[in-house]
Design a binder for this molecule. Structure first.
Ligand SMILES: Nc1ncnc2c1ncn2[C@@H]1O[C@H](COP(=O)(O)OP(=O)(O)OP(=O)(O)O)[C@@H](O)[C@H]1O
Ligand SMILES: [Mg+2]
Length: 275
């Protein structure tokens, strides 16, 4: 476990009473959540329950219909794009499916945030190399994303997410679709970044092995709210039927518990994007 201190750190992000609907259908329904500074929070829940939607509220890619999002205590939910830009630089986002630019080399992908934010100084090449080195991919600089394995693409995505040295990184399904060995490489990286660079981690995952490896704290989303919030041990030993069903790989829908389905999760966004 990355951290064993019992003290509670102040929140880097807090979400209060978040409601979000799409086409009249509620996804987040009065969601409250605090992300502790310097710790790792794992967010779990069945496919379609709103995990990616929740992450997108933290970086202003989505705005709540009602409720408050705060970053270091400052309201950010009603900010305009311009106001949001400096905040987004402090938060790295590893998108579901890595979302690399397929027409760019690895070097160009990792350099992109530096160029986009006007931070491409004479040390650009060095910063790109150092960041790729951190994820163990220093020898892939000139490769195209299509030449890399899924696990390597995720690591390049991770390098791109941390190249601006963010305070917090949001990981959306960082190990989904990877075999256990490649998944463990990612888990180790998440833990190391948190420990060595003091990066707050928020990890959305279906992968229970990964969740228990990286979490200081875990939450389970259910019906648009946090159903359970606690340490991995608390979750492991809970008698809450919804949490138990999730941990045992049985689908939970509308309060009823039935067939398997969680393990069969495959939903992924495209692996590559065009700028
Ligand atoms: N931009 C959007 N427009 C309309 N509906 C959306 C949008 N984004 C998300 N949704 C809907 O909101 C719900 C929650 O989506 P979300 O992507 O957060 O699920 P998830 O929990 O991340 O699922 P998965 O585990 O499959 O990634 C889904 O029903 C989805 O179709
Ligand atoms: Mg998702």
């Amino acid at each position: 476990m990355p951290s064993d201190s019992e003290e509670t750190n102040p929140p880097i992000v807090s979400l209060r009473g978040i409601n979000k609907r799409f086409d009249g259908r509620p996804v987040l329904q009065g969601l409250d959540l605090e992300v502790e500074t310097g710790r790792s929070l794992v967010i779990m829940g069945p496919s379609g329950c709103g995990k990616s939607v929740l992450l997108k509220h933290i970086v202003g890619l989505l705005r709540p219909d009602s409720g408050e999002v705060r970053f270091h205590g400052q309201r950010i939910d009603a900010m305009n794009e311009r106001g949001f830009r400096p905040i987004r630089r402090r938060i790295g986002f590893l998108f579901q499916g890595a979302a690399l630019f397929d027409s760019m080399t690895v070097r160009e992908n990792v350099a992109f945030p530096l160029l986009e934010t006007g931070q491409a100084g004479p040390d650009l090449e060095q910063r790109v190399r150092e960041t790729l080195d951190r994820v163990g991919l220093a020898d892939t600089l000139d490769k195209m994303p299509s030449e890399l394995s899924g696990g390597m693409r995720k690591r390049v995505g991770l390098a791109r997410a941390i190249v601006l040295e963010p305070e917090m990184v949001l990981y959306d399904e960082p190990t989904t679709g990877l075999d256990p060995i490649r998944g463990n490489v990612i888990n180790d990286l998440i833990v190391r970044l948190q420990r060595d660079l003091n990066i707050t981690s928020v990890v959305v995952t279906h992968d229970l092995d990964s969740a228990f490896q990286v979490a200081d704290r875990m939450v389970l989303l259910h019906e648009g709210r946090v159903r359970m919030d606690g340490t991995p041990d608390v979750l492991r030993h809970t008698s809450d039927p919804v949490v138990r069903a999730f941990l045992e790989g049985r689908e939970v829908s509308d309060g009823s518990i039935d067939d398997p389905g969680i393990g069969a999760h495959t939903s992924e966004e495209p692996e590559t994007l065009r700028p």
